[in-house]
Design a protein around this ligand. Structure first.
Ligand code: GAL
Length: 647
């Protein structure tokens, strides 16, 4: 695993560049990402290109032996361009234009903006595409950050109508698919279809789902435009994009299919404070981040990158954008990096080299303070660099468990949650955590990419959120001969957001003979116990079947059904129950488990084992292990690495 950093030469006097490069190298940095927001410096006025400074910056960094990732600057269209073509700006759902003054102020559907992107990407790629220092390109920056996937502009409206025509062919098909007879929502032509916003009350869920699919497709084609140019003008370089954490506003599988590497931006403390609804979690993991958040995303992006993935931005200290911005516990910068290594990252890169003393992110730490002196992350990186040199890089083998994650389903569950406390991604993470608490590695798979061979390595497969299940997946699951857990709400809708004709779980009934005849969502004060001590929360399903439930709730609704190796979990469970449920399923599937305390996590990579202590207590490991890093007494924020010993 190489170490990297994000660097903005345009923010600093040129006389500092050589010293920065030398200090990066001395710290163990090998990869540097640059220029992803530099459009106003590359082209201060239309057609007036200033590439000289970037040439000198690239040459300086390359002369130190640093490898460069060059970003296309399309996340920040400059003021002159917006003034010439204000229609580039995105429009929010209230019809308000999203103005200039920060970043990501463009609409993915603007054909004019696509032409401008092609122009700048072509110019930059022609200029730098053959430079020996450039190994990799990054397209744009964080598609969707600051809620920028959707736009309700005139361009988006026209493009959406066209998309609908292509998908449904006739307006009758669309009306039928969306159920528009309901509330007299029928259209007589594609030119009548509005964007889903501004209605009096809830919009048709099928309309919203179509718009989400359309918006996802817009991101994919926007990205492809850049990828095609870069492949042609800078052959032999890898192309990546930096995705985000806890983010499902577009289907990442389609953009990822066009890229060589999936990378993501990991801010564990920021995510916890911004995204977690659970106060207890927020308190417990305040300075470490949630113990499964980084791991889950590492597994997700490893799968999206078909094995090739990086952390391209990693939190080095407090950030500036969460509701509160605490300092990580000493040791966490090193621990987070080791966690990335344990999951097989090719590159682990921090955001950013030096803290900016100006503008929006002046309160965001870097590896250096604004005056150039070292911030505390540097010592941890030095320790990491010397430790990394002592372990070998083995392949990441398939895990025993595969979790099937569906981006569209996540969106479907958000469109009609049917219960205020139902957090779709949170529920997926809770299932992931429950498995990981048994010390077991998990791989993540995407429904449309699965075939018989994909499932073959696994002993246990979990359908974690597949609200609509493609027929092909059902067929492959029928051929799968390990254990299958189907979670609640899977198969409960068709692809067009209707209840399946044979009732939920739809085509999954081929795998287990039961029908869901009643569902209820539960407020947080109404948890329910089953007779065998499992505690249902948030969501429960009543099932009609000849199978006997494994347990029962006091009101006689059954709890959990099993037919051979196929298991149907018909409710959400609280943390302890979910762990117990999965521990039993892992045992059914013959998978070896190691119970991990709340803050301890264990992972295997090839012949290496890793232990991470995210918790406040000291954890004790086996003193007989042959430790390469750390030892059997694991203090908070500590890491241990040991070599598997053949019996
Ligand atoms: C990311 C973004 C970076 C920077 C960083 C701050 O979302 O890609 O440009 O803003 O956050 O944490």
């Amino acid at each position: 695993m190489k170490l990297g950093v994000c660097y903005y030469p345009e923010h600093w006097p040129e006389q500092n560049w050589a010293d920065d490069a030398r200090r990066m190298k001395a710290l163990g940095i090998e990869v540097v990402r640059i220029a992803e927001f530099a459009w106003s410096r590359l082209e201060p006025a239309r057609g007036e290109f200033h590439f000289d400074w970037l040439h000198r910056a690239i040459d300086t960094l390359h002369a130190e032996g640093l490898e460069l990732v060059l970003g296309t600057p399309t996340a920040t269209p400059p003021k002159w361009l917006i003034d010439q073509h204000p229609s580039i700006l995105a429009v929010d759902e209230n019809g308000q234009t999203r103005g200039f003054g920060s970043r990501r102020h463009y609409c993915f559907s603007s054909t004019l903006y696509r032409q401008e992107c092609a122009r700048i990407v072509e110019a930059v790629a022609r200029e730098f595409g053959q430079h020996p220092g450039i190994s990799t390109w990054q397209t744009d920056n964080e598609y969707g950050c600051h809620s920028t996937i959707v736009s309700y502009s005139q361009d988006a409206l026209q493009a959406f109508r066209l998309w609908c025509q292509q998908r449904y062919d006739t307006i009758d098909n669309l009306n039928r698919a969306w159920g528009n007879v309901f509330w007299s929502m029928e259209y007589t032509g594609f030119d009548q279809i509005p964007l889903p916003c501004g209605a009096v009350t809830e919009l048709n869920p099928a309309h919203r789902l179509a718009f989400w699919r359309f918006s996802s497709d817009q991101v994919a084609s926007f990205n492809r435009l850049q990828v095609d140019l870069l492949r042609r003008l800078s052959p032999g370089r890898d192309i990546l994009h930096n995705y985000m954490g806890n983010f499902t506003e577009f289907d990442h599988t389609t953009t990822a299919a066009d890229l060589d590497i999936a990378t993501w931006d990991n801010y564990p403390l920021g995510f916890l404070d911004r995204d977690s609804a659970d106060l207890d979690d927020q308190q417990k993991w305040f300075r470490t981040g949630h113990p499964d958040s980084s791991a889950f995303h590492h597994d997700l992006y490893r799968s999206l990158g078909r094995g090739r993935w990086w952390v391209i931005e990693q939190q080095p200290g407090p950030v500036n954008w969460a509701p509160h911005n605490p300092s990580p516990l000493d040791g966490m910068v090193r621990l987070w990096a080791w966690e990335a290594f344990a999951h097989g990252a090719e590159v682990m890169s921090w955001f950013r080299w030096r803290q900016a003393p100006f503008a929006q992110e002046q309160m965001h730490t870097g590896l250096l303070l604004p005056d150039g002196s070292e911030d505390s992350a540097c010592d941890e990186i030095r320790q990491l660099t010397s430790e990394l040199a002592t372990v070998e890089h083995s392949n990441v083998e398939p895990a025993p468990v595969a979790l099937i994650f569906d981006y569209a389903a996540d969106q479907m569950l958000r469109i009609q949650p049917q219960g205020q406390n139902y957090g779709p991604l949170e529920w997926v993470l809770q299932q992931y955590t429950a498995i990981r608490r048994s010390g077991v590695n998990v791989d993540i798979l995407f429904p449309h990419q699965i075939n018989d061979a994909t499932l073959q390595p696994y002993q246990l497969v979990l359908l974690a959120n597949s609200m609509a299940v493609p027929d092909s997946l059902v067929t492959h699951l029928q051929h799968f001969d390990g254990h299958l857990v189907i979670g609640p709400r899977c198969g409960s809708k068709t692809d067009e957001y209707q209840i399946p004709p044979d009732l939920p779980p739809g085509a999954l009934q081929k795998l287990i003979p039961l029908r869901v005849t009643r569902v209820e969502s539960l407020p947080d004060f109404a948890n329910l116990q089953s007779d065998d001590g499992f505690c249902a929360i948030r969501w429960r399903e009543k099932v009609s079947t000849d199978l006997l439930p494994v347990g029962k709730f006091t009101d006689d609704w059954g709890f959990y059904y099993r037919s051979g190796d196929c298991h149907y979990l018909n409710c959400c469970l609280d943390t302890d129950s979910l762990q117990r449920f999965f521990r039993e399923r892992l045992q059914d599937a013959g998978i070896e488990t190691t119970a991990c305390s709340t803050g301890l996590r264990i992972r295997q990579r090839g012949s290496l084992y890793f232990a991470f202590n995210y918790g406040p207590e000291v954890a004790h490991l086996d003193s007989g292990n042959r430790y390469l890093v750390g030892n059997c007494v694991l203090h908070p924020a500590e890491v241990a690495v040991w070599q598997h010993q053949a019996d």
